[in-house]
Design a protein around this ligand. Structure first.
Ligand code: FAD
Length: 386
């Protein structure tokens, strides 16, 4: 068989490697090199996977985890780890089971794929953009010229467009009758308040609670717990965001702590006394939100004001305007609807012989190596089945 694969990211490369063992495979990449996005992953170190079992892996998927069941069991995170080590890429496991190349260089991961692609004899076609896919009977025709028996779309999502992922797969999918779940920013890039809790409530029900680090940026908020939260809420409307600035303390304990601080500092301004409890830059916002003037002396603070202060520290309301721009998102949430793809083979249920793998599909994971694993596992399953 002659197989055309569109997109030289991890999904397309893995699929080409497996399919190339038995077939004639051409891998089309519009950039001048393979894995341009892979190169910038993990801040240039490439967090290739997460050293965890299949069950735990599934818990870290945000959308459509059950779709991944078959492919993750056929090419699991542990298998991926030893697969790359066997190909001569030494790996290491860091905090949170995140796997990186021992050299800390994403370029070494790319070189490993390239070496294997050469070994199996895949024809890599750089600087070659696929602009059209047509079907004539059983045959696919790419760019009105080249004929293939099967075509795999591995063109990625629509974030970080400069790396080549410009959403072409959605266009092709749509042309062939596939439903596209509207792409949204999945995880928004950024950097780090320690030990805080970000809570999302909808209709008074808590739907997400993340504890850890976050930061305020000039554009809004970011950091690990914000990235995770953004993945969970990107398809919701009308929800409320609260920050618990002292999650380790219950309301009673926090009130006792504040009372102690107040007793020791009766003649001071509240804005100064709060420095024992909150980061300096946040004090004015918290006091403003609790409607207490910063220059009010502690001995004039009423019990109601103190209660309001405790309430505000535990439920600091953030006004949600929007997620950051999709072009700065780490992963696209949305894409080709999983309902129309066979999860074992990745073949379209609408167009026989057409396949979708990687981020172009409506599956996305949290940070920690889960998204590249999705690309590798779906690419592997598709390749092996081809
Ligand atoms: P991509 O890697 O996007 O590859 C798609 C390829 O298709 C591109 O090379 C593109 O040029 C090519 N292409 C598109 N259209 C055409 C066309 N018409 N013709 C020819 N070629 C085409 N995930 C992790 O697991 N760990 C991390 O550490 C991590 N860090 C990240 C950091 C950043 C800054 C970003 C943006 C993402 C990060 N991700 C990470 C997410 C991860 O990079 C993606 O989920 C993964 O690359 C998706 O793989 P893919 O093969 O499906 O698509």
């Amino acid at each position: 068989m002659r197989i055309g694969i569109i997109g030289g990211g991890p999904a397309g490369m893995m699929c080409a490697i497996k399919a190339g063992e038995n077939h004639e495979v051409a891998l089309f990449e519009k950039n001048e090199k393979l894995g341009k996005k892979l190169f910038i992953t993990g801040k240039g170190r490439c967090n290739l996977t997460n050293y965890t079992d299949e069950k735990d892996f599934m818990k870290n998927l945000v959308r459509n985890p059950s779709f991944m069941f078959s492919s993750i069991y056929s090419f699991s995170p542990f298998t991926t780890y030893y697969y790359f080590e066997d190909l001569g890429l030494p790996l290491k496991v860091e905090r949170g089971n995140r796997v990186f190349p021992a050299s800390d260089k994403s370029s070494d991961v790319i070189k490993t794929y390239e070496k294997k692609l050469r070994q199996v004899g895949v024809e890599v076609r750089l600087n070659t953009e696929v602009t059209s896919i047509k079907k004539d009977g059983e045959t696919f025709i790419l760019n009105d010229r080249e004929k293939f028996d099967k075509v795999v779309i591995a063109s990625g999502g629509i974030s970080y467009k400069l790396t080549g992922s410009t959403g072409d797969g959605y266009k092709f999918g749509k042309e062939f009758g596939h439903k596209i779940i509207e792409p949204k920013p999945g995880l928004i890039a950024g950097l780090s308040l320690k030990n805080v809790e970000l809570r999302v409530e909808k209709d008074k029900k808590v739907i997400s609670k993340e504890f850890g680090e976050m930061l305020f940026t000039h554009r809004g908020i970011s950091g690990p717990i914000v990235l995770t939260t953004s993945s969970k809420i990107n398809r919701l409307n009308d929800f409320e965001l609260y920050l618990d600035l002292k999650p380790a303390l219950s309301k009673e304990k926090l009130d006792n702590r504040i009372l102690r601080d107040f007793e020791d500092n009766q003649n001071k301004n509240i804005e100064n006394v709060m420095r024992n409890l909150l980061p300096r830059d946040l004090i004015a916002y918290v006091l403003d939100s609790a409607k207490i003037p910063g220059d009010k002396k502690i001995n004039q603070i009423t019990k109601e004001e103190r209660e309001e202060l405790v309430k505000t520290i535990k439920n600091f309301k953030l006004i949600f305007a929007s997620l950051d721009d999709i072009d700065r998102a780490i992963v696209t949430s949305g894409g080709i609807d999983v309902k129309d793809i066979d999860p074992k083979t990745m073949e379209s249920k609408i167009v026989p012989g057409l396949y979708f793998i990687g981020e172009v599909i409506d599956i996305d994971g949290l940070t920690g190596g889960f998204n590249i694993q999705i690309a590798n596992s779906t690419g592997y399953s598709c390749g092996i089945n081809l």
